[in-house]
Each structure stands twice: as C-alpha cells, then as structure tokens.
Design a binder for this molecule. Structure first.
Ligand code: WT7
Length: 657
C-alpha cells in the first residue's frame, strides 16, 4: 500500500488559506503561552513533573517516568495521592466550598446546583456506602447510569477508596453490560431505575438485571439510584437503593493516599473486531494530563468560567472532561441529561443562555446536525457569554468548523479541535486558544509535552506536505497502561505496527506548515485505481456544497477500479432528493474540489446516517449496503431502523461518466 493520501487530494486540502488569530484580549490573559512549547521541548519530563505539581500529593513523586520496560509505562511511580481529594476536598479546603461544581439540567427541565462542599459530602457518603458493600482498594465497580450527578459522584467515590470504575454507556444492552462486567470482574454495579430520554422516562435496571442473572456473574450488589420513580423489579439481598444506603452514611470520609499507578478506571472501546478492549488508566499521570490539558486548551479561569462538555459520562470525553479534568481544576460546569432536540431544537442554546456558558465542548456530529436544523435556531438565543469552542470525536469538516465559528462563536471564539482517544486518556493534538492561529479542519499541533508525527509505511517521518499514519513517538502521562487482562493484545494493537512508536490507527497528513490534519481511521481509507483516498476528505468536499448537511463515504468493491467511492448524503432543508441534476452537480463539485479521481461513483441521498452511540458514522455498515451484503453487527447503532430506511431507498447504480 502506498501513501494513505493521494497526491491529488493532498494538493487540494493544502489550499486551505483561511486563518484565524486568537482574540487579543484572550491571548493577553491566556493560561498558557507559546513559551510552553519551548519549555517542554527543552525538557519534556521536567515539563510534566511541573504539571504534576498542579495536583496535591500525599507523597510528592521524585521519579517522573519509568520507561524501563516499554511499552509498559509508569509515571510518578513513587508518588501517592487521592484522586477524589484532588477533585473535591482541596477546593473546599482552599475556601471555595460555596462555588458551584455542577449545574445539573435534567431533560424534563428539573435543575440542581451542587457546590464543591456538597459534592464533598455526597462523595464521602458514597465512599462509605461502597465500603459497607464490601468494595476495597483494587476492586472494580461497574457504573451504568444516565447523565445525572450520581454518575460523577459514583466515579469519585470509587476513586476515593482506590477501586477502579468501569462505566458502561447507559444506551448499551444487557449483553454489552454482561461482557464488560465479566471481563472487569466487577463486584458492584451502580445503576438507576431509569433516565429521561426524548421526553419520556426510559428504564435502565432491566438490562442490569438481565446481565447479572447470567451464570457466574461476579456482581454481589446492585446499587440503584432513584431518578424517574418508575417501578423496578427487586432482588432482596442483592439490590440496594442508593438513597437508603447513602443517607445513613457519615459525610466524613478520610481519603487514603494510593500509589500514582493505582488503577483509576477501565473503559471499554469496541474496536472493529473481537471482544471489547478494556482500556486501563491509572491515577497520577492520568489526572496530571487531564487537568493540564483542560487548563491549557480551554484556558479555564475557575472563578469566572462556566464550562459545558456535552459528552456522555459513558465515553472517555465524559471521564476526562466532565469528571476528572474540570473538577481537578475547580471548574463550574453544566451537566445535561438529555438530547439536543428535546423539547425543541434550540435546547443547547437555551442552556448556554441560561447558565452563561463560556466554554462549550461538543462533537462534529452535533455541529452538523445543528447546521441541518438551520442557522435561525441558535440565532434566537443569547450566546454572547461564549468565549471558547471545542470539538472532539471525529475530523471536523472545514464547512462545519466555519459554521460553528460563525453561528455559535459570533465569528470571534477560537475553536479548539482536539484530537485524542480513549487510549490516550487526554488531549494530544489541539490548538491553544491564546496562541494558535487556527485553520478550519485541522487539529494542527501536538500539545506541549506531547510528541506526535506522521509516518509512511516504512515508519519514516513524512516531510511537510506528506501523508501517512499518525504515531506518538514518546510516552505521555495519561497513556493507557495496558488492555485489561491482555498485555499481549496491548502490544499487538498499538506497539507492533511501527517499532517503538504508538500506532493510533488514524490516517493523517502534514500540510506545508507542518500542521496535522486527521483523515479518519486507516480502515476507512479507500483504494481507487491505485490511489489512496481518504473518506474524510471526500466527505468534507461534499459538505462544502450548499445543498449537503452531512455525508458518509465508503469504498465499495469494484471490478474496474478496485474500490469505487459511494457517498451517502443528507441534504439540507430545501434541497430535493429526487433531483437528478443535484447528484450530478455534487459529483462535479467533488471533482473540482479534490480532483476527478475522488468523484463518487454513486451518490445516494438518505434521511439519516448510521451512527454509533458516541456519534461516529459506522462506515462498515454502509459498505455492507454498498456491496449488497448482509448487514454486519448493528448492536452498537443508536437506531437500527436507520439501516432499513437506507436499504429500501437504495436506487440502482447510475451510469458512469
Ligand atoms: C478516535 C478515538 C477522544 C474522545 C472521543 C473519541 C477520532 C477523535 C478527533 C479529532 C479527528 C478525531 C480518531 C480517534 N477522533 N477526535 N479532533 N479529529 N479525529 O474517543 O472513541 O476512543 O475514538 O476518534 O479517529 O482515533 P474514541
């Protein structure tokens, strides 16, 4: 296989000439300046040792990195700390107990403000409750909850007693819970009667009951938060109400100091095949990088900012940028239970207005949905409190980036496009809002202290202007320590493709300035007549057409070209799906934007695209459709009826040019 990126398309993306300098006032008061890059370059480990001092240690570490047995890293190994103390107690001790930690906004419109002092009491009671249920340091606790404050409290309570949590996304099935619980060998599951979803209470406990009923379940207790008040089946002796157990606990709990390498959590990522991978993160290094990146990339001013990350707690974004990073920094944040369209499509903007949100962190999939709903919706709300906008989860198409900046950011807020993974634990590549001149669509540059580059098939670093594979060349504090229970799979998956380097699985390229552009998972790269073409680029070209809101592109087997490009597009409000001329127009638009080789052979207008519950497009399923195959596993889809819709609408292949 040659370069991941065809030269034709490469030449075109490099035509991006729009640049946005940081606002002067933001740059003048930024938490982090350009000097951080120099400092970290001169002494990377010294830089991280200094960032570790942002935390409060019971025993200060004397050693920064132990890399004597790669790829198994130890960071700050002789240090001891309590993660929950760092996220809660120390802010109360510093006199900030009255500061709101969480503004909770429930989907039905109920709300609740929790101060740091209240959070300390709740976490302490929950830590005592888990102890009463027999949970000890080194044990695992599964968490299967909606987006309610008890999710954060549960995670911190585990951290406080040195047990590792394993959060399972509340949309997953009994089967998924059972697999993850068994793999982690969890003793307790924390769940709720239900949560609110699109205006209705949805049950959660039946899936847990089903999972725990399976043979050999390791689960001794199910701790149940009351959220909706719906009836639940009850197993005496095993099931315990959260409120009954925690109310009778003391609000005092002495946080014990644990080793920096004590496991903090396991989080499962699906991977493309086989059983889910339990990504293991530990304490001191993870918290150092989560806190530092949240401070640097969002320029957080804890006294004045109101921060909102719209991710679910079931994803790593919720772990690092709802629970650990923001709370370690003493932030005030918004937590929202529901979906962006309930009860109306302006719900997010209503929340920004209500709480005066200053920093918003969301995903490209959400941004493209807002684009589709129309500019007039955010325009009805006062978004003037916003000062920084973040993006994560997928490459953000330049068009979506511009829309976000203009319609949400009043054409002034810097956008930080943050590249990272469950495995990296925290942000790795991102602009700094007070430093970087941003470019629509590029995550740009590794953060201070992080070493990332792009290599070719032979592991040679590509020159500026070249494309290949994204790799991380030095260990970083919040790196995964292993795959839970499977060191060999850890080595094989991440450290074997390029010797001594971490292989992220993403295609990437460097532009003429040396800035990094992410091109999607390498499994999604297409090979058309011997040219490697990135799905991301063709999608971005389609989305840059005024009639297209969202696009998903796959390579389908083709007798003449090896693979042929097939595009599924969601049209904007006024465009007509039956308009033959439009399809031809779209093909030509891609041709002129990227070059003739990138013209899709087929373009299919559809109403919805198949997405995982974390919002990523499932190109694998679209490939099945495009190749007339039986659909593969659809269990991680948000809505499996989407696929029926797409399949029935599949028109015959159009003739070629
Ligand atoms: C994969 C990791 C990181 C938290 C959420 C996803 C893609 C993530 C970006 C970005 C381009 C991105 C990559 C990565 N990705 N952020 N800013 N630009 N691609 O975590 O589920 O572990 O997925 O998401 O493909 O490898 P995850």
């Amino acid at each position: 296989m040659g370069d991941v990126v065809s030269n034709e398309s490469l030449a075109n993306l490099l035509k991006e000439e729009r640049r946005f300098a940081p606002p002067a006032d933001l740059a003048a008061n930024a938490n982090v300046t350009a000097e951080a890059y120099e400092q970290a370059k001169a002494d990377r480990l010294g830089f991280w040792a200094e960032q570790a001092r942002r935390l409060t240690w019971a025993t200060e570490p004397t050693e920064t990195l132990d890399w004597s047995n790669p790829p198994f890293a130890k960071w700050f190994a002789d240090g001891k700390l309590n993660v929950a103390y760092n996220c809660v107690d120390r802010h109360v001790e510093a006199g900030n107990g009255d500061r709101v930690a969480i503004h909770f906004e429930g989907e039905p419109g109920d709300s609740r403000a929790i101060t740091y002092a209240e959070l300390k009491d709740e976490v302490s009671r929950a830590a005592n409750a888990l102890t009463e249920l027999g949970v000890r340091q080194g044990d695992r606790v599964a968490v299967y909850l909606p987006m309610i404050p008890e999710a954060v409290v549960s995670m911190l309570a585990c951290a406080r007693i040195g047990a590792a949590h394993s959060v399972v996304f509340g949309g997953f099935s009994a089967d998924a819970i059972a697999k993850r619980v068994a793999d982690a060998d969890a003793k307790v599951i924390i769940t709720s009667d239900g949560g609110y979803r699109r205006g209705k209470p949805a049950a959660l406990k039946p899936a847990v009951d089903d999972a725990v009923a399976r043979e050999d379940s390791s689960v001794e207790h199910v701790l149940v938060v009351r959220r909706t008040g719906q009836d639940v089946a009850w197993t005496e002796g095993r099931d315990v109400w959260w409120h009954e157990l925690t109310e009778r606990q003391s609000a005092e709990h002495t946080p014990e100091a644990f080793d920096a390498e004590n496991p903090l959590f396991i989080l499962y990522t699906s991977g493309t095949t086989g059983k889910p991978k339990g990504i293991l993160h530990t304490s001191g290094g993870y918290l150092t990088q989560a806190a530092y990146t949240h401070h640097a990339v969002f320029d957080l001013k804890p006294e004045s900012d109101v921060y909102w990350c719209t991710a679910d707690i079931g994803w790593v974004t919720g772990h690092s940028y709802i629970t650990y990073g923001p709370l370690a920094n003493g932030a005030t944040q918004v937590m929202y239970e529901g979906t962006p369209d309930t009860p109306h499509q302006g719900r997010f903007w209503e929340i920004v207005q209500k709480y005066g949100v200053t920093i918003l962190y969301t995903a490209p999939t959400a941004i493209r949905t807002f684009m589709k709903w129309g500019d007039d919706i955010p325009a009805k709300f006062d978004l003037s409190s916003l000062r920084i906008l973040g993006s994560v989860g997928e490459p953000i198409n330049p068009e979506a980036w511009m829309w976000y900046r203009k319609n949400i950011g009043a054409d002034k807020c810097p956008i930080v496009d943050t590249w990272w993974q469950t495995e990296t634990g925290a942000m790795m590549i991102s602009p700094l809002p007070g430093v970087t001149e941003t470019k629509p669509g590029s995550a740009q540059r590794a953060l201070p202290g992080i070493s990332a580059t792009v290599v070719d098939d032979e592991a040679r670093e590509v020159p500026d202007g070249g494309g290949g594979y994204l790799v991380l060349t030095e260990p970083w504090p919040s790196m995964l320590r292993t795959i839970w229970g499977d060191d060999q799979r850890f080595i094989d998956t991440y450290w074997s493709r390029f010797e001594g380097k971490y292989f992220a699985g993403d295609g990437a390229k460097k532009d003429e300035d040396g800035d990094v552009w992410l091109l999607g998972r390498v499994d999604d790269v297409m090979l058309v007549s011997g040219h490697n073409i990135s799905t991301t680029e063709v999608e971005s070209a389609l989305v840059s057409h005024p009639s297209v809101a969202e696009a998903a592109v796959v390579g389908a087997a083709d007798e003449t070209t090896g693979q042929a490009i097939v595009a599924f597009v969601i049209l904007r409000g006024t465009a007509n799906a039956d308009d033959e001329g439009l399809v031809a127009d779209l093909r030509n638009h891609v041709g002129t934007t990227l070059g003739p080789i990138a013209k899709p052979k087929r373009i299919l207008p559809v109403a919805e695209l198949p997405k995982t519950r974390s919002g990523k497009i499932m190109r694998r399923l679209l490939r099945d459709v495009a190749e007339n195959r039986e659909l593969g596993d659809v269990t991680t889809l948000t809505d499996s009826s989407v696929m029926d819709l797409i399949q029935t609408k599949l028109p015959a292949a159009p003739s070629e040019d």
